[in-house]
Design a protein around this ligand. Structure first.
Ligand SMILES: [Fe+2]
Length: 224
C-alpha cells in the first residue's frame, strides 16, 4: 500500500477554544479513519493498491463502478488537506503572496471573507469549501459530499469541511459561526502560501506535472 494512514499535524486539544478536542477526536477517528479503513479494504490485493492516493482518486473518479471507493479515497485526501489548513492560534487576514492574490481577485480581504461565507452558506447539505488556484488566479469553490477539486485540475490551497460532523458539537447547526471561527482563529495562511509557492516550482518542472489518466488505465483498473 502506497498510502500513509491519516495523521494530525497537531494534538487534538491544540485548536481549542476555536475547535474542541471532542470535535477533532470524533472527526478524525470516527470519520476520516473509517474512510481510510474502508478504502484500504477495497483496494487490498488489487492493482489499485499500488497507486498513491491522488492517483487512486483520479482513476476511480473516471469509473462509475468504482465510485464508492472514489468517495472514500477523496474523503481521506480532503480531510488531510483540511487538517493542514488550520493551526493553533491561526486566523486573521491573509498575508504574503496569497494575501496579494486575494486582494487582486476579490478587491479586499473583507470582500473575500464575505464571498467565502456566502458560498459556504449557499452549499446545500454536506460538502466542502475550497480556495483553489485556477487559471493563474484564486477562486472560492464549493463541492458536494466527497467531491474534490483534485480531479478537475485545480490546485487546492485551503479546504474547509462543510459536513455537519465538522461543527455540530461546537456550533450545532450554526454553520456561519463555524466558518467565522475558521477565518478568525484557525486558518493557516502560512500553509496556503507554501502550497502556492510549491505550485510555482512544480509548474516549471514538466516531470512533476499531473499524469493524465489514460484509456489503458481505465480499462485495466476497472477489471477486478
Ligand atoms: Fe469531515
Amino acid at each position: 500500500m502506497n498510502i500513509e494512514p491519516p495523521a494530525m499535524p497537531y494534538d487534538f486539544a491544540d485548536l481549542e477554544p476555536a475547535m474542541s478536542r471532542d470535535t477533532l477526536v470524533f472527526h478524525f477517528l470516527r470519520h476520516q479513519r473509517v474512510c481510510f479503513d474502508r478504502m484500504l479494504a477495497m483496494v487490498r490485493g488489487s492493482e489499485l493498491e499500488a497507486l498513491p492516493l491522488d492517483e487512486l482518486i483520479r482513476v476511480t473518479e473516471c469509473i462509475p463502478a468504482q465510485h464508492t471507493l472514489y468517495r472514500y479515497a477523496a474523503e481521506v485526501w480532503n480531510h488531510n488537506l483540511f487538517w493542514r489548513s488550520m493551526r493553533p492560534r491561526g486566523g486573521g487576514a491573509a498575508h504574503g503572496a496569497v494575501g496579494e492574490h486575494i486582494r487582486t481577485r476579490f478587491g479586499s480581504y473583507e470582500r473575500f471573507t464575505r464571498e467565502f461565507k456566502e458560498t459556504a452558506s449557499a452549499q446545500f447539505g454536506s460538502g466542502w469549501l475550497w480556495l483553489v488556484w485556477r487559471d493563474d488566479a484564486l477562486e472560492i469553490l464549493a463541492t458536494s459530499n466527497a467531491a474534490t477539486p483534485l480531479v478537475r485540475g485545480d490546485t487546492a490551497i485551503l479546504a474547509l469541511d462543510l459536513w455537519e460532523h465538522a461543527y455540530y458539537l461546537d456550533h450545532q447547526n450554526r454553520r456561519a459561526a463555524y466558518v467565522s471561527a475558521f477565518l478568525e482563529e484557525l486558518v493557516d495562511w502560512d500553509f496556503a502560501n507554501r502550497t502556492l509557492a510549491n505550485l510555482a516550482v512544480s509548474s516549471d518542472a514538466p516531470a512533476a506535472r499531473v499524469r493524465t489518466v489514460t484509456e489503458t488505465d481505465r480499462g485495466r483498473l476497472s477489471v477486478r
